[in-house]
Design a protein around this ligand. Structure first.
Ligand SMILES: Cc1cc2nc3c(=O)[nH]c(=O)nc-3n(C[C@H](O)[C@H](O)[C@H](O)COP(=O)(O)O)c2cc1C
Length: 184
């Protein structure tokens, strides 16, 4: 006899968000795979541990189950625009665990292609981000969130582009420099 689980959605995410941080181990990878809509089809043991959900709760849930409200919308728009074009996305993501705690990751997301180049789904690997990178990106995400509160995603997109221009960098270089510990 199999036990049927209710499919978890964003509404099942914790309502009480705490300031408790879970920190990734240096040598760990968090891995997940999704279908073309972002519904999780595979989660490795470290993902299960860090998110606090059971494997059977995670599989079949949309990846936004672990979306943290501190993440600006523009970060995910950038991610989806990039991976849908079959390019590789890198970024820092703050995730929400089942108990309301959070954990930061340095994420890589890419499309899984069939032999004809059609997108079958997506795969993400995450490593531990640098501490300084988290401090820097936290400030940037705060600015982007504030822009979104007032002017929506158009405003945060403009702000991000201006920020990159002012720092004479591109999104990818900015992200990789942060992870390498090179100050923006
Ligand atoms: C392979 C893959 C991995 C993803 N990993 C995460 C993740 O770790 N955390 C997250 O919040 N969103 C992740 N996303 C993005 C979510 O699908 C979603 O766009 C995001 O949580 C924002 O959701 P919302 O627009 O419903 O607020 C991932 C998407 C894909 C395709």
């Amino acid at each position: 006899m199999s036990i049927k689980h209710k499919k978890l959605t964003k509404n099942d995410a914790p309502k009480t968000i705490t300031n408790d941080e879970r920190v990734m181990n240096e040598n760990d990878f968090i891995v997940s795979k999704t279908d073309t809509k972002g519904v999780i089809t595979y989660a490795n043991r470290i993902f299960v541990q860090m998110s606090g959900y059971k494997t059977e709760e995670i599989i079949g849930a949309n990846h936004n189950l672990i979306r943290h409200p501190d993440m600006p919308k523009i970060a995910f728009k950038l991610a989806w625009d990039t991976i849908k074009e079959e390019k590789e996305f890198f970024g820092f993501i703050k995730n929400l665990s089942k108990d309301g705690s959070y954990y930061w990751v340095f994420a890589y997301i890419t499309a899984d292609l069939d032999s004809r180049g059609n997108i079958l789904g997506y795969t993400s690997f995450r490593r531990k981000p640098g501490r300084q990178a988290i401090e820097e990106i936290t400030k940037v995400y705060k600015l982007l969130n504030n822009a979104e509160k007032n002017g929506g995603i158009n405003a945060s997109e403009k702000l991000l582009n201006k920020y990159l221009q002012n720092n004479k960098t591109t999104y990818d270089n900015f992200i990789h420099d942060l992870q390498l510990g090179i100050a923006a």
